[in-house]
Ligand binder design. Structure first.
Ligand code: NAP
Ligand code: MG
Length: 472
């Protein structure tokens, strides 16, 4: 059992102003795995006041000072990676190989990237007699979800620290452990008091208090669209900058010259990673109609090949995060059946032999782009395959979505792949598995408005000042 009764505020581990404890559930066992404290508005006020007091000094630190802190955090991070991965597995059910692998690796990658970007970032730029300064925006409220808990905290906290901002982090109730350990690392690395603060608790209390707070200058949020909308409204009265990273229904286009078995297999297995709880998941697989049955065979084999079970075992997929999420996923699977989609793998209920834990079956449907399961973000291990006639048709289907987060293209014809990628109305496209920590990540349309990762992620936390008449 883990017990994390304290918040990190003003350089100290402190008890909540009003004590309140909540259980954290292990999604693999449905048993209580530990407890956290739930904060109140008074805790937010204390954390924001500390961040406000720390801002004048931290915002004036040198790049070298901030690099020293990030490198000290890096030393802590590399020492405790196994512990972090185990925390991710326990809090949200990712297989341990994934928790200790990609989950922890993404955090390490964002930290290393923040260091690399900070080493050369241009905070000042002279244009004729005008000096352009990029200055830290101030006190930031960072609100994160449970699905890639470490990724989403690190992609906010490290750029915020690097740019000279101070902050209050609000981790997800469902997955609070990895954030707690990361906060210990940041504290142990010697962050100055008030620069980094963390308050656990309910989004409707802590998140809303941050969004409305007159002493908070900016909110960075990752999570669901309705909460993103609510935060924007709450932040409007104080004219905060709000960075939103919301959901997606990203298309994965398989070109007609692709190795169908290999690429459909990879896309299907990719959908099941993290039990499908990935905002940028390629959840709509677009294949040439002429090769649809080949794709169906490959997807069925790949989905049936994903082993599901105890995330501490040698499995490809653990449970989804919560009972509520399990119910949402089951609802969509039933909706797919009700709307006449063709089920080619998985289906309703738990996999055979698993009667405890929020396990779903790796599920694949063949359908059209007008069905609910093709239009709404399911956030579970459910892939839909949609046939296309030619590349114009593929692009039209890909773009026929309220979302615009990611896109994938697989195939041999480089010109065709690039053309499809250019025409996708999304913030990111990955061709043949390309991946880059320095590439910006964020959405078009209802997938949000911010850009995280790399140097673009720094811009989220910076104001731009022009000093005219500065002189040559
Ligand atoms: P969520 O409700 O949007 O929660 C994300 C974060 O926002 C959590 O820390 C949450 O706190 C907080 N929050 C909730 N209400 C708030 C409010 N009124 N003001 C400020 N902050 C608030 O997401 P979720 O409940 O974890 O998941 C629900 C659905 O969102 C999923 O099924 C999925 O479709 C989508 N989702 C998308 C992403 C993504 O990366 N695009 C990530 C996660 C979820 P609590 O700890 O109290 O929840
Ligand atoms: Mg919620």
């Amino acid at each position: 059992m883990r017990h994390y009764p304290n918040f990190y505020i003003d350089g100290a581990w402190v008890a909540p102003v009003t004590p309140k404890t909540a259980d954290v559930i292990n999604p693999a066992t449905e048993a209580v795995s530990g407890t956290i404290s739930l904060g109140s508005v008074a805790d937010v006020d204390n954390a924001v006041a500390a961040a406000r007091r720390a801002f004048p000094a931290w915002s004036q630190t040198s790049v070298a000072d901030r690099l020293d802190l990030l490198r000290a955090i890096q030393a802590q991070y590399s020492r405790r990676m196994q512990e972090l991965g185990e925390a991710v597995t326990e809090e949200m059910g990712a297989p341990l190989s994934l928790g200790c692998g990609f989950h922890v690796g993404l955090g390490a990658g964002h930290l290393q990237t923040a260091i690399e970007v900070l080493e050369t970032f241009k905070f000042e730029e002279q244009r004729g007699a005008t000096m352009i300064l990029r200055e830290p925006i101030g006190v930031c409220g960072l609100i994160t979800p449970w699905n890639w808990p470490l990724n989403q905290v690190t992609v906010k906290v490290f750029p915020a620290l690097a740019t000279g901002c101070t902050m209050v982090l609000k981790p997800p109730q469902l997955a609070p452990y990895s954030a707690q350990i990361l906060a210990e690392m940041i504290a142990d690395a010697g962050v100055p008091a008030g620069v980094f603060n963390m308050v656990q608790g309910q989004g409707s209390v802590i998140g809303a208090a941050l969004s409305k707070h007159p002493q908070v200058d900016m909110i960075s949020f990752t999570g669901s669209e309705p909460v993103g909308v609510q935060i924007s409204k709450d932040a409007a009265d104080t004219v905060k900058r709000v960075g939103l990273e919301l959901g997606g229904k990203s298309a994965w286009v398989i070109l007609d010259d692709a190795d169908m078995a290999a690429n459909v297999g990879a896309a299907t297995a990719g959908m099941m990673v993290n039990a499908g709880q990935t905002c940028s998941a390629g959840s709509r697989l677009l294949v040439p109609n002429a090769r649809l049955e080949e794709a169906v065979a490959a997807a069925t084999a790949a989905a049936n090949g994903v082993t599901v079970g105890d995330p501490h075992g040698d499995v490809g997929m653990g449970p989804v995060v919560s009972k509520a999420q399990w119910n949402i996923v089951q609802g969509y699977i039933q909706k797919g059946l009700d709307e006449g989609a063709r089920l080619i793998a998985g289906g309703p209920g738990r996999p055979d032999g698993l009667d405890k834990g929020y396990y779903c079956k790796p599920t694949v449907f063949v359908t059209t782009n007008d069905t609910t399961i093709a239009r709404e973000e399911i956030f579970g291990p459910v892939l839909v395959i949609i046939g296309y006639d030619d590349l114009d048709h593929a692009v039209a289907i890909a773009n026929d979505s309220i979302f615009g987060l990611g896109g994938y293209v697989s195939g041999r014809d480089t010109d065709a792949a690039r053309s499809v990628a250019r025409r996708m109305r999304t913030g990111a496209v990955w061709i043949n598995g390309g991946f880059d920590f320095h590439a910006p990540f964020g959405g078009y349309k209802r997938s949000g408005n911010g850009r995280e990762w790399g140097a673009f992620g720094f811009d989220e936390y910076l104001e731009i000042k022009a000093i005219s008449g500065f002189g040559e």
